[in-house]
Design a protein around this ligand. Structure first.
Ligand code: CTP
Ligand code: MG
Length: 226
């Protein structure tokens, strides 16, 4: 089967402190957004990408990818979840949908394949994730350690995240209407009592967030695994 990916790309990149939203910064010859979209479309099972862009954005339309037939632009919203929902609402008919951050240009093709392959035996959906490496401390508001959290079964949630379209649309819509903080799609499905599977992916699938991440992303892009 062929799939659609919703890519939220309407953020301002405040933590990057650059002169433009971080998805428009150039690494290894192309903007982060171009790397992300081209990398997704390079996968044989991806046929369309819906990209949520800030309605006041001045950069997207001048990129060559903006005019590709497989790219469709929708207006993003104030929070990431609003942008994702706008993308989901523009899809006519699909059983399953992927959501992937514009700020994750280093996704490896084999990790995407691995995630898609789990659709066959996951009921409510699956996400890419990687195991926590450091010792984890629970602190209080004054930064004193309360205790050490067990690292067993503790994961970093990554994207892509892969869910049945109707279930994701309704869970996200309802959770947002109730004012629940939703930082990824899985949180909405969890809130709706769905069982989400963790698919172990590479830790190189970073979300470019702070200035030093640009160097890391450049390294990973130049030493890309397939
Ligand atoms: N995003 C979005 N719409 C928003 C906020 C974020 O589409 N209203 C997107 C970003 O463009 C990014 C992804 O969601 O691709 C993950 O968000 P994050 O890494 O937090 O990006 P920003 O919100 O842009 O960065 P910051 O939080 O530092 O401002
Ligand atoms: Mg943000």
């Amino acid at each position: 089967p062929l799939y659609t990916v919703v890519v939220p790309a309407a953020g301002i990149g405040q933590r990057m402190q650059a002169d433009r939203p971080k998805q428009y910064l150039t690494i290894a010859g192309k903007t982060i957004l171009e790397h992300t979209l081209e990398n997704l479309y390079a996968h044989p099972q991806i046929e369309q990408i819906i990209v949520a862009i800030n309605p006041l954005d001045q950069y997207f339309d001048s990129l060559p990818i903006a005019s590709k037939t497989w790219v469709k632009r929708v207006d993003g919203g104030g929070e990431r979840a609003d942008s994702v929902l706008a993308g989901l609402n523009s899809i006519q008919n699909a059983d399953w949908v992927l959501v992937h951050d514009a700020a994750r240009p280093c996704l490896a093709q084999d990790d995407l394949s691995k995630l898609l392959a789990t659709a066959e035996h996951s009921e409510h959906g699956a996400i890419l994730a990687c195991r926590v490496r450091d010792t984890m401390k629970r602190g209080n508001t004054s930064h004193d350690i309360l205790h050490t959290e067990s690292r067993d079964n503790l994961w970093h949630a990554l994207t892509p995240q892969f869910f049945p379209l109707d279930a994701l649309r309704s869970a996200l819509g309802q959770a947002m209407a109730q004012g629940i903080a939703i930082t990824d799609e899985a949180s909405a499905i969890e809130w709706a009592q769905g069982k989400v599977h963790l698919v172990e992916g590479r830790s190189s699938n970073i979300k470019v967030t702070q200035p030093e991440d640009l160097h890391l992303a450049e390294f990973y892009l130049q030493h890309k695994a397939t």
